[in-house]
Design a protein around this ligand. Structure first.
Ligand SMILES: NC(=O)c1ccc[n+]([C@@H]2O[C@H](COP(=O)([O-])OP(=O)(O)OC[C@H]3O[C@@H](n4cnc5c(N)ncnc54)[C@H](OP(=O)(O)O)[C@@H]3O)[C@@H](O)[C@H]2O)c1
Length: 282
């Protein structure tokens, strides 16, 4: 199928852009970032991407930002077919629209055995059902898509680690958080901005690693959240094994780009401050 290339000169003009999963944390950040464009933002209710495109999807799109996904990592172990229907079948349905496409993938496509950052040419080897469906979803997106791998997303809406820590930190004196998984907590607002840079400058298609600068463990991140928010709650550092979650997760999942012209994101601490500021405004 011949795909139309977006004209970078049109960036800044009103493009007709479809956003799937518009109710999710990234879907909302993308709506804010691309607000100057003509957006068709569809929630899960408006288009279940596991179903073929429906009547809300008339006409051509200059760009599709596919933010819908099955993101319940532990739930995917119990229902791998359900996760596959959304993350593989859903991505194939979105790709069938034939428009320039950005899909989102994850650090969980890697097994975490490395001890230096994962770059685009590193071989994936997912440990979990979720990671396997996301990797196959990359293939379903086709060779003409931008595949943006990112990690540990958080924002001022939806269910995420920062919001959970703020809630627990207000209720408890101590929280147990894993200290043997390392990654890059990435603020959705910063990711959305980097995605706009990627498409507005019409960077080559294929896999791009876009994650926040810096890295830490979940326990480090929890301490930063609690201290930035001024909450008097201790972090008890525990192992992944101690927590006993159903899905295996990579111990080391730091993503960096080796590609020329890759957009860079601010440090995760800056992302955390931006998120807390947005929560304060909301
Ligand atoms: N969260 C992370 O830490 C992380 C890390 C790396 C990569 N990613 C990737 O980044 C992307 C965005 O994730 P996110 O953090 O924004 O996730 P999110 O907040 O869970 O949002 C996902 C959205 O997709 C919707 N959705 C689920 N199943 C759907 C379906 N069958 N049809 C249409 N919509 C459906 C959800 O709606 P309901 O809530 O109504 O089901 C939700 O609004 C995903 O591709 C994810 O895999 C996420």
């Amino acid at each position: 199928m011949e795909l139309e290339q977006p004209d970078p000169l049109r960036a800044g003009h009103r493009r007709r852009i479809l956003i799937t999963g518009s109710g999710g944390q990234l879907g909302r950040a993308l709506q804010r970032e691309f607000a100057a464009d003509d957006l068709v933002a569809l929630s899960h209710k408006e288009w279940d991407v596991a179903d073929p495109p429906n009547s809300l999807l008339q006409g051509r799109f200059d760009l599709v930002l596919h933010a819908a996904a099955w993101t319940d990592v532990d739930g995917a172990e119990a229902d791998p077919q359900g996760a596959a229907a959304v993350n593989i079948g859903g991505t194939a349905n979105v790709a069938s629209l034939g428009s320039p496409l950005v899909v989102f993938s994850t650090d969980y496509v890697f097994d975490g055995r490395k001890r230096e950052p994962y770059v685009e040419s590193d071989g994936p080897n997912p440990l979990s059902a979720y990671g396997r469906t996301k990797l196959q979803g990359e293939a379903a997106a086709g060779a003409e898509a931008w595949i943006v791998r990112t990690s540990w997303l958080f924002g001022s809406t939806g269910r995420n680690f920062v919001r959970t820590m703020l809630r627990l930190g207000a209720e408890r004196e101590e929280v147990a958080v894993v200290d043997d998984q390392r990654g890059c907590p990435t603020y959705v607002g910063h990711l959305a901005h980097a995605v706009r840079e990627l498409v507005d400058t019409d960077r080559p298609r294929g896999v791009w690693h876009l994650a926040a600068e810096g890295d830490c463990t979940w326990a480090d991140f929890a301490e930063a959240v609690l201290s930035e928010a001024g909450l008097d709650c201790r972090v008890r550092r525990v192992s992944t094994e101690e927590l006993g979650r159903p899905a295996p997760r990579p111990a080391y999942a730091v993503l960096r780009s080796e590609r020329a012209g890759a957009p860079t994101l601010p440090h995760w601490r800056e992302g955390l401050r931006a998120c807390l500021a947005a929560l304060g405004e909301g």
